[in-house]
Design a protein around this ligand. Structure first.
Ligand code: SAM
Length: 239
């Protein structure tokens, strides 16, 4: 199977139908990722099929569990090279997205991808979640927050929940085993205004990799003292 078919069929399995323009956007993204990766550290995975499976399709697994149609404003915390925010924007062009990362170089890459792919309504913000989460420009302004491979849930809730408006959702893309992490982060979740809705296990197409998607609903406001100052959530997680 060629890589185009792989992306098209793989995304279909996840409930995402990509048109020709969207397929081309993914391949353009791949080219930029690999060429910029020679100058800066963006990804350890560079082989085309692997990027399609372990980055692009991996980021789209959430589509199997979550209906993106009603969502409007999405924020991706610790997006790195744009995961999962950019694949979701390509798949769901109606989303207005904000990509956040604390590394300036990665933001320059994301701005280039956004421009080259002709994506509209994408904001790339350099900053730490702890600082942006205290700014009225971003705080409780999003109906959906996503994050992959950034921190333990007890820390991640403090990074992400402040951005979500009441009634909105947080989707954490996690590895196969999150039972212990969920238990260890219960206190942080309650304190920060979140409620656990569901954890689903999903398999990644063309692989034997399984994932957990943790779905959280923001049902109360986050107390103003959170997030704490930069570095504190990871040094002293709420336990
Ligand atoms: N989400 C991407 C992925 O799945 O490929 C990147 C994961 S990478 C392991 C973690 C990213 O989170 C890095 O790009 C790092 O700069 C960013 N990051 C870590 N702590 C952060 C914070 N407090 N605020 C904003 N970004 C943060």
């Amino acid at each position: 199977m060629d890589t185009k078919e792989m992306l098209q069929k793989g995304s279909q399995q996840l409930g995402v139908i990509l048109n020709e323009e969207q397929i081309n956007q993914f391949f353009k993204y791949y080219e930029l990722l690999v060429s910029w990766n020679e100058k800066m550290n963006l990804t350890a995975i560079t082989e085309e099929k692997e990027v399609i499976i372990k980055h692009f399709l991996d980021c789209l697994t959430v589509a199997k569990e979550f209906d993106f149609a009603p969502s409007t404003h999405l924020i991706d915390i610790g997006t790195g090279a744009g995961f999962p925010g950019l694949p979701l924007k390509i798949a769901y062009p109606h989303l207005e997205i904000t990509l956040v990362d604390s590394l300036q170089k990665r933001i320059r890459f994301l701005e280039t991808v956004t421009e080259e792919l002709g994506l509209m309504q994408v904001q790339c913000i350099h900053g730490r979640a702890e600082e942006l989460g205290q700014s009225p420009v971003y705080r409780e302004q999003y109906d959906l927050c996503v994050s992959r491979a950034v921190a333990h849930l007890s820390v991640l809730y403090e990074y992400t929940l402040p951005f979500i408006a009441q009634g909105g959702y947080f989707l954490a893309l996690k590895g196969p085993d999150v039972v212990q992490e969920l238990a260890e982060s219960e206190k942080a979740l309650g304190l920060l205004g979140g409620k656990h809705i569901q954890t689903s296990t999903l398999s990644l197409p063309y692989s034997d990799i399984t994932h957990s998607i943790v779905r959280i609903k923001k049902d109360r406001q986050t107390p103003t003292q959170y997030p704490r100052k930069a570095g504190i959530p990871s040094k002293k997680p709420i336990v």
